[in-house]
Design a binder for this molecule. Structure first.
Ligand SMILES: [Zn+2]
Length: 240
């Protein structure tokens, strides 16, 4: 049960302790994850923000600007296609893709964020539900955007099965997540703000992220390296 979700290896070593949570590192593939992993319900409870003020989203204007910039760079992958933003928050990237010609859905488990998104961006179909529930709808997409989501999820295998399940053959997935092997990560990793359980419960390197995608029917077709930011950004293609 404690096996590495990337390589199924069972040999782990202590990696770091942060706020009473233990991170371990897989001796086989180098993947860093919480052990024990909190339950899905415990992790989801972190995002239960029903009291969120729907009228105001923090920094909405700059979020929209950054979202448009992000979407412009990915535009050929979703123009006149079916796209979804998984972990869409307030819906800024979803709305940006819509403005640039996609038919768009947005999915998030945060009630406050989805309430805001529905109100602010009526041209996008938003869903406030878990990825398991959404998968059961049977909808599929040509393009999937999922930024800073996978590191929050306890069961990465289920998450990848979900992405594979909603991706059409040949679909592109643009995914971003913190890069624990990035040169800007402090030597004392507990000083790194991305090592933040129970929000961030697993941390990838380019090698572990690539291995995970390949194990779930995707090939990485492009990598975007950010010299000054500890982030992994990849474009994956679902095998046909
Ligand atoms: Zn491993």
């Amino acid at each position: 049960m404690d096996a590495c979700p990337i390589c199924d290896g069972v040999q782990t070593a202590f990696y770091a302790r942060q706020d009473d949570y233990n991170f371990v590192v897989c001796r086989n593939c180098g993947f860093v994850f919480l052990l024990p992993m909190p339950s899905a319900a415990a992790l989801a409870a972190v995002y239960d923000d029903a009291a969120f003020d729907v009228a105001r989203y923090p920094k909405a204007r700059s979020r929209m600007r950054r979202a448009m910039f992000r979407a412009l760079g990915l535009w050929p992958h979703f123009f006149r296609k079916d796209a979804i933003d998984v972990g869409c928050g307030g819906g800024f990237v979803a709305e940006s893709m819509r403005r640039l010609g996609a038919r768009v859905a947005g999915l998030d488990i945060s009630p406050g964020s989805i309430a805001y998104a529905k109100d602010a961006f009526p041209g996008v179909r938003f869903f406030e539900e878990s990825f398991e529930t959404f998968l059961a709808r049977g909808e599929t997409f040509d393009f999937i955007h999922s930024s800073e989501v996978i590191e929050h999820i306890g069961d990465v295998k289920s998450y990848m099965a979900f992405l594979a399940g909603i991706a059409r053959p040949g679909a592109r997935v643009f995914l971003t997540t913190p890069d624990i092997a990035h040169p800007t990560v402090p030597e004392d990793v507990t000083k790194w703000d991305m090592l933040s359980p129970p929000r961030h419960v697993q941390l990838f390197t380019e090698a572990t992220l690539t291995r995970l995608f390949e194990a779930h029917g995707f090939d990485i077709v492009k990598r975007y390296y950010k010299k000054n930011a500890p982030t992994l950004q990849v474009l994956a293609r679902k095998r046909v």
